[in-house]
Design a protein around this ligand. Structure first.
Ligand SMILES: [Zn+2]
Ligand SMILES: [Zn+2]
Length: 413
């Protein structure tokens, strides 16, 4: 026999006196027994009530009116289970948790009764109801009560006689490659109308017709029948920068999904097909809410390929790069992002740099930099707001023609 099945219920004089006082209070066996719920273990609350009545040598009084604490809620499991199942009709779930909303007066009455009868063993109706409903839902549906990690949450509203369902998000993570220089990472509401739709945005409410988020989300929403998405990228690149290499880590959060069993490999094939080569997702797989935090907080180094316009002798470029690598850069928030980031001077560093090729009037660099380094500004100088900068080091104005992110070094390649 395991310890869990061992029954102990020590009824001393104090418990007997409290039970005698509780007899006339109109409690159902569940609520009567629960007033002694933390006295001993291994018994259901109705069994506790029966044993207490036995100890008093009196039969448990018949219930003639709704219980003064629970109003009969503990006698109507079939009804509550049916309500919970109905609330989740058409929704796929395997793990759930249960909560309940009670009339505050009923809960106060319960505590008042414990004080009145002198019981220090009472267990709250709400906790017991949630636990019991969970057990019965598990039995009825073959799913698993998992309060720490539920896919859906049932809230039994006792006064209203209904169950409210919360569908928790579904998380998928992967790495996206962006092969198009016109796509923002996330949906970008029109500045003029804030997304309502106006002449400027042609009624779409968006500054850009599409985004990585929308191209990734569309096939996923079609399968999961979610109501929307949130896109959590490990940083972002400029709209006109491509994201190459192994791609950029991201988590896609699908809101209120009706369906959770998905095949990420099949979804990434569908994303690539629908995006017609502009976006690809690598290593698509299941994730959880914790990954959102990890992805948002990561500060990986990044590698770039930068096409620069400017006539500079190769030797001069190499000399400047040798000087710059590993040296502290003071980078003041660029003017172009000053509207969304506070105006600060941040210390940054170019970790590695080399000249890939040079031709008449232009050259190409590969750079590896600390997280948060503004590369365009480091090359062009941003009017001296980045110091030192490459233009200053080579002594002529430079212009970044385009830029690609080659690698996000969150893990080593
Ligand atoms: Zn009751
Ligand atoms: Zn607009």
């Amino acid at each position: 026999m395991s310890e869990a099945t061992e029954v102990t219920f020590p009824i001393d004089d104090g418990a007997r006196a409290a039970a005698r006082r509780a007899l006339g209070l109109g409690l159902c066996p569940e609520c009567f027994g629960r007033s002694f719920g933390r006295l001993g273990h291994g018994l259901s609350n109705p069994d506790r009530a029966a044993r207490l009545a036995d100890a008093l040598g009196t039969p448990f009084p018949p219930i003639t009116a709704p219980c003064t604490v629970c109003g009969g809620a503990f006698d109507r499991w079939d009804v509550w289970v049916a309500r919970a199942r109905r609330s989740a009709e058409g929704v796929e779930w395997r793990r759930f948790s249960c909560g309940s909303r009670w009339d505050p007066e009923a809960l106060a009455r319960e505590e008042g009764i414990w004080t009145e009868i002198g019981s220090s063993w009472g267990e709250s109706a709400r906790g017991a109801f949630n636990r019991e409903l969970g057990k019965r839902l598990e039995a009825a549906t073959g799913t698993e009560g998992r309060p720490a990690d539920p896919e859906v949450v049932f809230l039994a509203d006792l006064p209203a006689g209904r169950v409210e369902l919360t569908i928790n998000p579904l998380y998928l993570e992967g790495r996206y490659r962006k092969l198009d220089r016109t796509l923002p990472q996330t949906r970008w509401p029109c500045r003029r109308c804030q997304g309502r739709g106006c002449d400027t945005c042609g009624g779409t409410g968006k500054t850009y017709a599409e985004s990585v988020e929308e191209l990734v989300a569309a096939p996923v929403l079609a399968v999961t029948r979610g109501e929307g998405t949130r896109f959590h990228g490990m940083g972002r690149e400029d709209i006109d920068a491509r994201m190459l290499g192994r791609g950029r880590p991201f988590v896609l959060e699908i809101l209120r999904p009706k369906h959770r069993t998905v095949d990420p490999a099949e979804l990434s094939a569908e994303i690539a097909r629908a995006a017609r080569g502009r976006v690809e997702v690598l290593d698509f797989r299941a994730a959880d809410a914790q990954r959102v935090v990890q992805v948002k907080e990561a500060t990986p180094q990044k590698s770039y390929r930068v096409a620069v316009v400017g006539t500079v002798p190769e030797a001069k470029i190499n000399e400047a790069l040798t000087f710059a690598v590993g040296r502290a850069i003071a980078q003041r928030t660029p003017t172009r992002v000053a509207h969304r980031r506070s105006d600060l001077v941040r210390p940054r560093r170019i970790v590695a740099a080399h000249l890939v090729e040079s031709a008449e009037g232009r050259f190409t660099l590969d750079l590896r930099a600390e997280a948060g380094t503004y590369i365009k500004e480091w090359v062009e100088g941003d009017g001296g707001r980045t110091d030192p900068n490459l233009a200053q080091l080579v002594g002529i104005p430079l212009h970044v023609e385009h830029l690609d992110v080659l690698e996000i070094h969150d893990t080593e390649v």
